[in-house]
Design a protein around this ligand. Structure first.
Ligand code: BGC
Ligand code: NOJ
Length: 827
């Protein structure tokens, strides 16, 4: 069942009922100011850091769901409704929500009054702009009321949700005409405030929540709206809000347009106040308000936003035989890559924005799907990430986007982290040809006095692995590798111990983690990422160092084959007892997905046919119609030596859920191994546009990836096998976005930036006749046509560039040339 449709021409998903199976959200803003907005206008805004600078309040896991948002209430002579249906939930005569690139347009109609509200965050602007167009489509003149509503968060979202004994007495506001200011703590330690304005006179306002809503009422029936009159309340402590009240009279056919701005302002310390020392200096706020105080200015901002996305999405476009693929590649997957790049795993409808900042591994991987869009921002991000590394190659696992400092609460020692930096830096160079990033002086632990060139950071990343091997010459698993839920040094038997940070005292003397437990996944990732480091060294003429590094890679491959090949696939770990995990010998969890793809793509044991054997085993044991499960069979009991993974009922999350992020590695590997049919099958099992038809089962947005989908074992524990099989969770902020962008664009469609230029080497379903692609790359436009007359999956039979035959599949790069016409014939 569908709950809307794709409007590809406008790059929108159009939701046609407010009762989606879960709130379907969008993100506004790409720079400093961000908003999350659901299809019923729920959500919140923040500046840079969803924890430290939360602007409006949201209630996670609330009953009913999705409470808190920017709401417009209409009281039409006693009939009260919202254009987005919620929170009043009066049945509307018409409803539509269009989530587009950086904007959301919600339209509701009731009894002849149509209200269309468009929300967006303009470029270079720290605020959300909202345009409300009210039209009388009825046949009588009508006078009705409009109330706006936003609830302020007291800045630190974590403190805001627990320190009530203090917070109920700190709230402060200021009112100036139609502008409602939030200035809690501004007098004291903060140099920022927020405001909510409208470009017209108002007939009243409220700034105190209890006065507006009423202590025993809810968002669905605020007292002021019921009474059809604002109370002009002035918050002093308790919960400050901002609500404008305006009476509107419309003749039949007449419209009224209002533009609201919800803004955030930072002030220099010596200019915070007016001469009286307590009134907010509003110069900056007024300039922001003026920037969007007419419908024309609003339109101009929207046009700019569209131009921005036209440009970004014009960098890579494809026309394939499948419009679902085109819609993913040309629009939604790239859009999601921007969002994950900006927000890492911090703020979604499943990430509360208070727990996690930017993840070291997460953000490095996000770069892989984003770097072609704005390489300069990718570069800046890479430097920020690398700045949280330590001289020994270890790193903080997370850092705050506001302070850019590592998060000491979580610490480091996640074994995979450093390797992703090699991949992100390589991706940046491959995209841009800008080798100078290697020279950028980059601090350790944010301390510039110990800065080293980025190349050195790659070196310490590489040798972090080499210098931390276990008994079989495989990398130590440390706290965890990519799979945060395999915690081999925890042995936790006490509630409340964090699987990610708790270390069992038995490993204290060993430095915090087992020196026995080894990760095959990190071994395989090392052999996949490592060759990039080698190539970089060679390019720099450092042949000796390159040879030395290559030796380590070869040794690792040998060690994997000697100690981690299980006969039909690679196993997952040696645990702290030296026992195999993810092997046929295990009772449960015999095969895991994570090491396989990287091992295949690094040709580990390829001469022994490991690639096709492994792919066959994956197809047999892990594949389902909704994607590949992470492991099989699911764990049905708690294994203290494995940790969190065995705490999830089978079929969910890392315990045999369909963890879409690592599905991409198999898609890449199948494509790499020439299995284009298999690669595309796995791709289409999880690509959101393909799940649209089953949205009732999938539940989360059909335009973006989620972190996981319920696996085939879901419900088995309770005798309801298959319950929630196919159900998506944790949408939006997942490494799946970047990796599936890589999988479809570079591995399946085969348009792959390489150190020496653009490579074209597709691996597609054999029945396709080919496709075309346009790629902007290093200052030139590449028009690429792929022909598949013999219906093969993979293999470049010939390549022509501007009519001339070329050997191999890398398009020779000619300095200064701006257009390349490329024809590739498979065969
Ligand atoms: C989740 C993981 C996540 C980890 C760190 C675990 O509870 O299952 O997916 O990576 O926490 O936040
Ligand atoms: C989600 C985390 O963001 C990511 O870092 C981790 O790799 C996966 N979960 C797998 O556990």
């Amino acid at each position: 069942m569908k709950f809307g449709y794709f409007d590809d021409a406008n790059r929108e998903y159009v939701i046609t009922t407010p009762r989606t199976p879960y709130p379907w959200i969008n993100y506004l803003g790409t720079q400093g100011f961000f908003s999350l907005i659901s299809n019923t206008a729920g959500g919140y805004s923040f500046y840079k850091d969803a924890r430290l600078r939360r602007i409006t309040r949201y209630r996670y896991n609330n009953v009913p769901i999705d409470m808190g948002g920017r709401y417009f209430y209409i009281n039409d002579n006693g009939i009260i409704w919202n254009p987005g249906w919620s929170p009043v939930k009066t049945e509307l005569d018409e409803y539509e929500c269009r989530h587009g690139m950086g904007y959301t347009k919600i339209t509701g109609k009731k009894n002849g009054i149509k209200a269309q509200v468009t929300f967006f965050v303009p470029q270079d602007f720290d605020g959300e702009v909202q345009q409300v167009v009210l039209t009388n489509e009825g046949s009588f003149e009508n006078t009705f009321s409009l109330f706006s509503f936003a609830e302020w968060c007291l800045w630190d979202a974590q403190d805001d949700s627990n320190n009530f004994q203090r917070n109920f007495s700190t709230g402060r506001v200021e009112v100036d005409g139609s502008v409602l200011y939030h200035k809690t703590e501004y007098r004291d330690r903060r140099n920022h405030f927020a405001f909510y304005s409208v470009n017209d006179t108002i007939d009243g306002y409220d700034t105190d929540r209890d006065s507006f809503i009423g202590l025993y009422n809810g968002f669905n029936n605020p007292e002021a709206v019921l009474a059809d009159k604002a109370t002009n309340s002035f918050a002093d402590g308790w919960a400050p809000i901002a609500s404008h009240f305006k009476k509107i009279t419309l003749k039949p056919g007449e419209s009224k347009t209002l533009v609201f701005v919800l803004g955030y302002v930072e002030m220099p310390v010596d200019q915070k106040f007016e001469a009286d020392g307590k009134t907010i200096n509003k110069v900056k706020a007024k300039a922001m308000i003026e920037k969007y105080d007419t419908p024309e200015k609003f339109e101009a901002g929207m046009k700019e936003l569209k131009a921005y996305w036209d440009k970004l999405l014009g960098i890579f476009t494809v026309t394939t035989p499948d419009d679902k693929v085109d819609r993913m590649v040309n629009i939604w997957n790239q859009y999601q890559c921007m969002v994950t790049f900006n927000l890492s795993r911090s703020a979604s409808y499943f990430e509360s924005g208070i727990g996690r900042g930017m993840g070291f591994r997460d953000s490095n991987q996000d770069v892989l799907g984003f770097v072609h869009q704005i390489p300069d921002r990718a570069k800046e991000r890479i430097i920020d990430i690398a700045s949280t590394q330590f001289p020994d190659g270890g790193c903080y696992h997370q850092y705050s986007p506001l302070t850019k400092k590592g998060n000491a609460d979580i610490g480091g020692d996640f074994s995979d982290d450093p390797l992703w930096l090699i991949l992100s830096v390589s991706a940046y160079i491959k995209e841009t040809g800008d080798w100078s990033i290697l020279d950028v002086m980059t601090p350790y632990d944010n301390d510039m006095s110990v800065a080293q060139p980025m190349l050195e950071h790659l070196k310490v990343s590489f040798y972090r692995i080499v210098n931390n091997l276990g008994p079989h010459g495989l990398p130590l698993a440390m706290r965890a590798d990519w799979n945060d839920c395999i915690n081999l040094s925890c042995f936790s038997d006490t509630p409340g111990e964090s699987f990610q940070t708790y270390t069992n005292p038995k490993f204290a003397a060993e430095g915090g983690y087992s020196k026995i437990a080894e990760s095959v996944m990190v071994a395989a990732l090392f052999t996949y990422a490592g060759p990039n480091y080698v190539e970089i060294l060679k390019h720099l003429g450092k042949d000796d160092e390159a040879a030395k590094a290559q030796e380590e890679i070869d040794k690792m491959k040998k060690n994997i084959m000697e100690s981690a090949w299980d006969g039909d696939w690679f196993f997952r770990e040696y645990d702290a007892n030296g026992e195999k995990m993810g092997s046929k010998e295990c009772e449960e969890g015999q095969i895991f997905i994570e090491p396989q793809g990287f091992a295949i793509m690094s040709d580990v044991g390829k001469d022994q046919g490991t690639d096709l054997k492994t792919l066959a085993a994956i197809d047999e044991r892990l594949n389902t119609k909704f994607g590949l499960v992470l492991n099989n069979p699911a764990y049905t009991k708690y294994y203290i030596q494995y940790g969190e993974i065995s705490t999830y009922p089978g079929g969910y999350k890392e315990n045999a859920g369909i963890f879409t992020h690592n599905n991409a590695w198999i898609i890449c590997a199948a494509a790499y191994a020439g299995q284009g049919d298999q690669a595309f099958k796995y791709y289409s099992e999880i690509a959101p546009a393909f799940t649209e038809e089953t949205s009732d089962i999938h539940k989360t947005e059909p335009y973006v990836y989620g972190q996981m989908i319920g696996g085939k074992d879901a419900g088995a524990d309770i005798g309801q096998t298959g319950k929630n099989f196919g159900q998506g969770k944790n949408s939006w902020l997942t490494g799946t976005a970047a990796w599936n962008m890589v999988a479809i664009s570079q591995y399946i469609l085969g348009v792959q930036p390489d150190f020496d230029g653009l490579k074209v080497d597709p691996s597609i379903p054999h029945d396709g006749d080919g496709f075309t692609a346009t790629r902007k790359f290093r200052g030139a436009t590449y028009n690429i046509t792929i022909k598949n007359p013999n219906h093969v999956c993979k293999g470049v039979a010939s390549m022509e560039v501007d009519g001339a035959k070329v050997d191999g599949c890398i398009i020779p790069y000619t300095e200064g040339k701006t257009e390349y016409n490329v024809v590739v014939t498979l065969g």
